[in-house]
Design a protein around this ligand. Structure first.
Ligand code: ZN
Length: 279
């Protein structure tokens, strides 16, 4: 499943051909949506916003197309009207003067007045997107300490889209490792300093993974490994997918375990449990 940084990079490719362009033609595959062709046609696309796995295409006519790919939806960007040969159902097509952005197979598509988009049931359920530039580490810290999340193990909170949209399995392992937090701990058991560090790390690692195309290591450290001939797959993470290999910080063997039915990777030395800290 794609996580926030991968979703945003996919959206960037679509946004690159749509943003500040006129939608010369808009098509919907689902009958109830066809009435929106008229209000959308001829208006400018302002931005593509990602909210977890939902994509919001904002138009300057005051409308927003909500789409969620679920497991099977797929976007394609092509030269105007050069539609690919496929058996998939075309569900949404936005054509500018030069390009066509095509959404196939997805069925979770709806059109909203932009001012009402927050009423969408999916958006009501999810937290702020981890890559939202307006999201501050203080807000993340407040959410960690809130009633809804402070009493739950962090390994569960860090997969919960209601906490922060866009979190996923590799980010969970990497963020908790870099912050030096054991995943079995709860936010309410952390010191104020630990909560702050975890909140800042959450944003830093997500933004770095977006900028470095899925790499959570600091750029210099990653480049050094690459220069030594280490592949992208083996150099990109601190702990995720590195079971039994030495920790990059302390050489302890990385452990793989399961939490919330998903694999999680930790270093017992860098991420001590409360009992091993003696409190
Ligand atoms: Zn370690």
């Amino acid at each position: 499943m794609p996580e926030g940084p991968e979703i945003r990079r996919a959206a960037d490719k679509i946004e690159a051909v749509l943003k500040d362009r006129v939608a010369e033609k808009v098509e919907f595959g689902l009958q109830p949506l066809k009435k929106y062709v008229k209000p959308l046609k001829g208006s400018n696309i302002l931005a593509l916003e990602t909210r977890g796995k939902a994509l919001l295409t904002h138009f300057d006519s005051g409308f927003t197309i909500y789409s969620h790919n679920q497991l099977y939806g797929v976007w394609r960007v092509v030269k105007r009207d050069k539609l690919p040969k496929t058996n998939r159902q075309l569900r949404l097509a936005i054509h500018t003067d030069n390009h066509s952005a095509l959404l196939y197979s997805a069925s979770d598509i709806s059109v909203w007045k932009t001012q009402n988009i927050e009423e969408h049931p999916f958006l009501q359920r999810i937290g702020p997107d981890i890559l939202n530039p307006d999201l501050s580490w203080r807000t993340v810290a407040e959410r960690l300490q809130s009633k809804a999340f402070s009493g739950r193990a962090l390994n569960s909170v860090y997969l919960d889209q209601a906490f922060l949209a866009g979190l996923g399995n590799y980010l969970r392992s990497e963020i908790l490792f870099i912050a030096g937090i054991n995943p079995a701990q709860k936010a309410r058991d952390l010191s104020k300093g630990q909560v702050g560090k975890l909140a800042r790390t959450t944003l830093e690692v997500s933004q770095r993974s977006y900028a470095l195309e899925g790499v959570t290591l600091p750029e210099r450290q990653y480049r050094t490994l690459k220069n030594q001939g280490v592949t992208y797959g083996k150099a990109r993470f601190f702990v995720f997918g590195r079971a039994r290999q030495p920790c990059r910080v302390c050489k302890t063997k990385i452990q793989r375990s399961t939490a919330n039915s998903r694999r999680i990777y930790t270093c017992a030395t860098c991420q001590p449990t409360e009992s091993s800290l003696g409190n």
